[in-house]
Write a protein that binds this ligand. Sequence first.
Ligand code: C5P
Length: 315
Amino acid sequence: MTPRTAKLKAFAKLNLGLRVLYKRPDGYHELRTVFQTISLADRLDVTFERARETRIEIEGTPEIPDNLVGKAARLVLEDLEIHASVVFRLRKRIPAGAGLGGGSSDAAAVLLALPVLAGENLAPERLAGLAAQLGSDVPFFLHGGTALGLGRGEELYPLPDRGATRRGATRALLIVPDVHSSTAEAYEELSPRLTSIALQNKLVGFQQEVWQPVGVAGVNDFEETMFALHPQLRRIKDRLRRCGADPAAMTGSGSAIFGIFQDQDHLERAKKQLASERIFAISFVSRPHYRAAWRRALKLHTKGDLWPPRSRYVR
Ligand code: C5P
């Protein structure tokens, strides 16, 4: 077999709303969130070849300790009970420690692509199981678009796409401050403040978030504790709001802050005013766009239009 190759795009996510309800007996926190894929993306090139022994190599800068790409590849090969030589070339565009799900998206990309290149089909529920083993945010990237996340974020329900409005794709600015947020530490900081009274209010408030037809509520329970630890984050949110963003909110456990703009003019003006920050202009990636990008990336190796993509090499 000659090596099979694919050039993948692993999109980042935002949490358009994120409510942390309580700490569960298993140590994870029960969440209600709305996930959204965005145009900012890592690039992951894969070369796959069956081999007698498994060898996984990750090229690219910077060196990432505990890279989820390698873990995901090992998990898929074990599950398929095959050996292969797999070389990844990872070009990071998604800042780490910012609540954008970069590592999780890279891992999901491996889960979607490797079975296709290997000539095996993995049932969707099996893929979802592997994804949840890799991290709470990984299962979302098997779907993309707009989705409601429950449990620790791994229980997903597709929502009507907020990716496209009548006037075009939803436009936003993303500011990535010089603060690296550790998810585990952010939960530890927040956990003692969770009360049963707040829980009721959050559940009611979250209903409104979910049923927003196009807009975004932008409530994130991590803001209070993260803003207290890093006051510059609040200042960024305030600046975005003053520039016309509605809403502006932190994503995940931080530290990136996004602002949604109603029109391109306001966005361009804000971009100029905030030029001193590390800033990205982004758009929402709808579920159809997400899947189309995947179909393009794996076109040579797939057949049909099913989701997740089906390998054309299955015997
Ligand atoms: O699932 P993931 O590996 O991304 O989670 C990293 C850490 O964040 C967990 O070990 C846990 O401490 C915390 N976490 C949590 N509740 C969640 C998700 C993550 O407490 N719903």
